[in-house]
Design a protein around this ligand. Structure first.
Ligand code: TPP
Length: 541
């Protein structure tokens, strides 16, 4: 379908804003500079600008917003310098597969040849390889069509960020007069013949196992994932380091999350002759622990909507297709089998009402799980306590768990802001709880100012162990003693949070935590709770 939106769009700016309206992209996440001012001048009343105080926060707020709202988000950065600050979270958005239209101003075309102050010297190289497309239009009147191409590129599978460099003197130039609004498919259907082959292999398997990844969640595929698991009676694992929850964690067939290291992961698949991985890379590892990718005798089948991800799998046969569509097609083909022995997951440890002084992370998470409001969304950046958090807080509703696919800290805090904003905008209004390590809290901390300005009542729990604990675990595994820079004395999250306009308190006992957490939902700014915990160095695998 091609729609002519506005024949009379007089300037490049008019045509661009019309196109953005047509796509419902009337929220701009940005941090402004001189090169963006002509674009933002007298921002039309139906547009809204969300200011982030640093570009890492801008990108991740937009990422969280796009994921929770299930639509692309628009970002406006300050030329090369703003893009530079944004790069870490741009890498993360790429790995998260989030469709972001990242724009940045550029110096005046008249002066570009001599590279004046704030020139983005090589704007299409700078964001690579973490964008699907990077472009600076050759002529001002190409800006709207370039934006349309950017939207199409961002949305097509695998979705991801794109980048446009937009010279500041383009906006008041005459437009070509019309902006074509095109739509694109956001799902790729799997090859039916290949689906039959995979379904036959699963049906003939003596002991199939299913490994589901974040793309199942992104494709809204919980029902399809469950239907296939139940038809096969096969156990289900979450892929290692999943950024979204792919399967109800209270389902009797759910076994847990696979570890992020070769040897230990492979051991858990022993005894299965066929393993289907859907919607995840094969595999996302962190430490190197030698071992086979899968046990000898296990055939691996891989479903991914990303041909590059399918190509780089070191073992197995692949099928390119949307996770939900592929799982539905597979479920249609396989007959019912005798179910696997059901192993109910251990219930989360019940909270016994008393805390140590200070409490363990597990005690804090059990308390949070107990007092969480209905349908709460959990956003997680608590590196060393990630496993304890998962044990205490099983995710049982779709789209209620978010973390990041890259390993780059500084994503979850701003993403929680974007998610809470999208929840309010959509009218779903699910409460957002973010659990953030005291180290992680610092990377994009200024995003809590945006949340306070947006009047978002988020609960932000900073677990304070006073160190970079996961790196101490890594040091133990890798036998690298004496690494400097792993302790974090003298940080005061409460003062920082208050300085950004949030409500904040240090809580050291269960009653105080309960009171503060419950009270968070009647406030109109975030509540930051600094919770000292016992420093632990849990095993990495
Ligand atoms: C952008 C970025 N910088 C540095 C790191 C390295 N790193 C990984 S985990 C970690 C420590 C996190 O500390 P904290 O949030 O307090 O969690 P803890 O490990 O103590 O649970 C660091 C510095 C990273 N992953 N990303």
């Amino acid at each position: 379908m091609t729609t002519i939106v506005n024949q009379r769009a007089a300037t490049v700016r008019d045509a661009t804003f019309d196109l953005l309206r047509a796509y419902g992209m009337t929220t701009i996440f940005g941090n402004v500079g001189s090169t963006e001012q002509p674009f933002l001048e007298n921002l039309p009343a139906d547009f809204r600008y969300v200011l982030g105080l640093q570009e890492a926060s801008v990108i991740a707020m937009a990422d969280g917003f796009a994921q929770a709202a299930c639509r692309p988000a628009l970002v406006n950065l300050h030329t090369g310098v703003g893009l530079g600050n944004a790069m870490g979270n741009l890498l993360t958005a790429f790995q998260n597969r989030t469709p972001l239209i990242v724009t940045a101003g550029q110096q005046t075309r008249e002066m570009l040849l001599l590279e004046p102050y704030l020139t983005n010297v090589d704007p299409t190289t700078m964001p690579r390889p973490w964008v699907k497309w990077a472009h600076e239009p050759a002529r001002p009147q190409d800006v709207p069509a370039a934006l349309m191409r950017a939207i199409a590129a961002a949305l097509q599978p695998p979705a991801g960020p794109v980048f446009l460099s937009l010279p500041l003197d383009d906006w008041d130039k005459p437009s070509a007069g019309r902006a074509a609004v095109r739509t694109v498919a956001t799902r790729v259907a799997p090859d039916p013949a290949r689906v039959r082959e995979f379904a036959d292999a699963l049906e003939r398997a003596a002991s199939p196992v299913l490994i589901y990844g974040a793309a199942v969640a992104r494709s809204d595929g919980w029902a399809e994932a469950t239907a296939l698991a139940e038809a096969l009676g096969a156990p289900v694992w979450a892929a290692p380091a999943c950024e979204r929850t792919p399967f109800p964690e209270d389902h009797p067939l759910y076994r847990g999350a696979l570890p992020w290291a070769m040897g230990p992961l492979s051991e858990l698949l022993e005894g299965h002759d066929v393993a289907l991985v859907a919607g995840a890379p094969v595999f996302r590892y962190y430490p190197y622990v030698a071992g086979p990718y899968v046990p000898a005798g296990t055939r691996l089948l891989h479903v991914s909507d990303d041909p590059a991800e399918a190509a780089r799998a070191p073992v197995g046969d692949s099928l390119v297709g949307d996770a939900a569509l592929s799982l539905a097609a597979l479920a249609n083909h396989v007959g019912e089998r005798a179910p696997a022995p059901l192993a109910r997951r251990r219930p989360p440890p019940s909270h016994n009402g008393s805390w140590g002084v200070p409490p363990t992370a597990a005690q804090v998470f059990a308390a949070l799980h107990k007092i969480r409001p209905a349908h709460a969304i959990l956003v997680d950046e608590s590196p060393s306590n990630h496993a304890a958090l998962h044990t205490a807080w099983p995710v049982t509703e779709p789209d209620t768990y978010y973390t990041f696919a890259s390993g780059g800290l500084g994503w979850s805090l701003p993403a929680a802001v974007g998610i809470a904003f999208a929840e309010r905008e959509s009218g779903r209004n699910r409460p957002v709880v973010a659990v953030i390590g005291d180290g992680s809290f610092q990377y994009s901390v200024q995003s809590i100012w945006s949340a306070a300005q947006l009047r978002l009542p988020i609960l932000l729990v900073v677990v304070r162990n006073g160190d970079y604990a996961i790196l101490k675990s890594f040091a133990e595994l890798e036998r690298t003693p004496g690494v400097p820079g792993l302790d974090l004395p003298g940080l005061d999250a409460v003062s920082i949070a208050k300085g950004y306009g949030c409500d904040a308190a240090r809580v050291t006992n269960l009653d105080a935590l309960e009171r503060a957490a419950v009270g968070a939902w009647s406030k109109d700014v975030p509540t930051v709770l600094d919770v000292p915990i016992v420093p632990e160095v849990p095993p990495l695998v």
